[in-house]
Design a protein around this ligand. Structure first.
Ligand code: OOG
Ligand code: MG
Length: 259
């Protein structure tokens, strides 16, 4: 695979995000693009982000719940990079007009207390490396037309990352039963969806272990201090003009988003 083609795809996707312009799926003009090469494009886009001043602060998982896998028609989890430019204190401050077709989804977030390096990471060892557990909300925005893609497309596109927030407080891992931790999704005053942490591969720490093992195969590890978004518990909600969303977790608190 030519390095030029990888670099061009990475910089085209970054430009699409910067300009808020959707682009055709990579796989429409690159039908044999495979997952391994898609991760090289994702890594190249991270290199470009760091070169322009962004700092790597963690990772995000995608497609770790059945609700998300069924919606996008892809049955495999994926992992992508989180930089400081993607994290914000308040998602209501993100201007939806700067995005292409934003959607919002609830997540369980981890702050890591110790590094994790695959292969061989189990759910138990992964959870033992977590320092704090937080409520999270992610705003995703695929760069591809109509929010449709194949697995290599969305991997190359850094798993549709746009913006994310985590709750301020957080709890110690021992203080919470994450498979039973529920989230109610409220849209314009009505509960429209709900799930518990078990929706994420049985337990969100299983997603963390999956990421450590996937990254390990590619020569990367998860560092202490990193933030990890374990993937949406429910389907994502399109953020249209005037949409008001509330994500209410049992013990992790509530986070609001308004367009
Ligand atoms: C891919 C990103 C998925 C999640 O939490 O499942 C994701 C997408 O749905 O566009 O962030
Ligand atoms: Mg997500």
């Amino acid at each position: 695979m030519s390095d030029e083609r990888i670099t061009a795809a990475a910089s085209d996707l970054l430009a699409a995000q910067d300009e808020g312009q959707q682009v055709p799926q990579l796989t429409s003009s690159w039908p044999d693009l495979d997952v391994a090469t898609a991760y090289l494009i994702q890594d190249e886009a991270l290199r470009l982000r760091v070169e322009r001043g962004e700092t790597l602060v963690g990772i995000k998982l995608g497609l770790t719940s059945r609700a998300k896998q069924e919606r996008m028609g892809i049955a495999e989890p994926l992992v992508a990079w989180l930089t400081d430019a993607m994290l914000c204190d308040d998602l209501t401050l993100v201007d939806p007009a700067s995005l292409i077709h934003p959607r919002v989804e609830p997540e369980i977030a981890f702050v890591m207390g110790a590094p994790l390096a695959g292969p061989g990471v189990t759910t138990a060892t992964a959870f033992a490396a977590v320092e704090r557990v937080h409520a999270g909300v992610e705003m995703i925005d695929s760069r591809f037309e109509d929010f449709r893609f194949e697995a290599p497309d969305v991997i190359a596109d850094n798993a549709s990352s746009a913006a994310a927030v985590i709750g301020a407080e957080g709890v110690e891992p021992d203080a919470i039963d994450l498979s039973l931790e529920a989230c109610l999704v409220e849209q314009d005053g009505q509960v429209v969806d709900s799930a518990t942490g078990a929706a994420v591969l049985g337990h969100p720490a299983a997603a963390l272990a999956w990421a450590a093992n996937n990254l390990g195969q590619r020569g990367h590890r998860i560092d202490a201090g990193w933030i990890v978004l374990s993937g949406a518990l429910t389907d994502a909600i399109p953020l249209g003009p005037g949409t008001r969303l509330g994500f209410h977790f049992t013990t992790l608190g509530s986070l609001d988003v308004a367009a």
